[in-house]
Design a protein around this ligand. Structure first.
Ligand SMILES: NC(=O)c1ccc[n+]([C@@H]2O[C@H](COP(=O)([O-])OP(=O)(O)OC[C@H]3O[C@@H](n4cnc5c(N)ncnc54)[C@H](OP(=O)(O)O)[C@@H]3O)[C@@H](O)[C@H]2O)c1
Length: 330
């Protein structure tokens, strides 16, 4: 899926759009229970995104629910104004249609919704897209994703097919937004094989299939079956929380430490190299300038087949997730 074995820096999506392999994540806060505060802290984006731009990042992964789009858009705008940056140099991803969040997260109900609580799903998606573009100060995004396949709670409609129909409605609206030029490419996030199969049956035109499925993948959380399914259909898999959001002591795992020492790299670089060498793209996030440079400097070494297998094997035990398990979404 990468442009060539020698150049892992970008992938070409099935609609011909080129996407960088590494994008800077713009979700700030805590949702894995490391602190008492559980929710988004968009104020952290001001410094981190400034440093990321200074350190050469041109691809950014955002979402309406993160509350950072106004900040990120303002920071882009300052550089557009100074002539330092042009729109065409950026690759901007956003996500819409996040369901009402789990109760421990203190986020705004205006940025989330359950499809069964919305009168007109298509209109809600269009309205959210306008708000997102207004906040970003952009005319279009490069990639627009369905954030989650559905609600974390119960389907209260009494119609067992409702969640599937809601996804199809959201997707047809995304197709319409892409046709109007509001997004250069459209995809999904947190979709399982079942969700993908249903979507591709409901909107069967091959060119309408998602270009990307963005899912939680790190050495402690893998789904080889899902990755193979996507690969066979030309759907790029993007790893979110590529370092497990800093949880579970992942970056101190002795297997990763050993491999990193052998290559004279950090464990973070080894994990990102493993992601791109596996054919994925990834979304690392850090507040520290030194690590921003480190996380882009992964193209001058290669992991052996044995090292790749050793890292794959770390995920063979119990899956450790930072976000809810999407297979519970009906
Ligand atoms: N689609 C979805 O549902 C979804 C869900 C979750 C996340 N995402 C996306 O994925 C992005 C990244 O995920 P994430 O923010 O959860 O976390 P992450 O990138 O997996 O991990 C971030 C943590 O790793 C640390 N870190 C970063 N680089 C490091 C390095 N080189 N060495 C050691 N530690 C390093 C950071 O600490 P410091 O800041 O101290 O460096 C931070 O604690 C998000 O920002 C968002 O864009 C998408």
């Amino acid at each position: 899926m990468h442009d060539s074995a020698d150049d892992l820096r970008a992938v070409t999506l099935h609609n011909g759009v080129t996407m960088p392999s590494i994008a800077f994540g713009t979700a700030f806060g805590d949702w894995v229970g490391a602190t008492d505060f559980q929710g988004f802290l968009p104020e952290q984006a001001w410094r981190a995104v400034t440093l990321a731009l200074d350190n050469g990042y041109r691809a950014f992964d955002g979402a309406r629910v993160y509350g950072t789009e106004r900040i990120v858009g303002t920071l882009f705008g300052q550089r557009f104004a100074s002539g330092e940056l042009t729109r065409e140099e950026l690759f901007i991803t956003t996500k819409l249609a996040h369901p009402a969040a789990p109760p421990h997260i203190n986020i705004s109900h205006k940025r989330t919704w359950d499809a069964d609580k919305v009168g007109d799903i298509a209109q809600r998606v269009r309205d959210d897209m306008v708000d997102t573009l207004d906040d970003l100060g952009l005319g279009y995004v490069d990639l627009l994703l369905v954030h989650w396949p559905g609600s974390f709670g119960m389907n209260t409609t009494g119609d067992p097919d409702f969640p599937r129909q809601a996804r199809a409605t959201i997707w047809r609206t995304f197709c319409e937004l892409a046709d109007k030029g509001a997004a250069r490419a459209i995809g999904v996030s947190n979709f399982t094989i079942r969700h993908l199969r249903q979507l591709m049956e409901d909107v069967p035109e091959p060119e309408r299939r998602p270009v990307v499925n963005q899912v939680e993948i790190h050495p402690y959380c893998r789904d080889p079956e899902l990755e193979a399914f996507c690969r066979e259909r030309g759907i790029v898999v993007t790893a979110y929380a590529p370092f497990a959001s800093g949880a579970f002591g992942l970056l101190q795992d002795p297997a990763l430490v050993g491999i990193a020492e052998r290559h004279g790299k950090t464990t973070g670089q080894v994990v990102l190299r493993w992601h791109v060498q596996s054919g994925r793209t990834a979304l690392p996030k850090t507040s520290k300038a030194k690590r921003m440079g480190e996380n882009r400097d992964i193209y001058d070494f290669a992991l052996s087949d044995e090292e790749m297998r050793a890292i794959d094997a770390l995920g063979a035990g119990e899956t450790r997730r930072t976000c809810p398990d999407p297979s519970n979404v009906v």
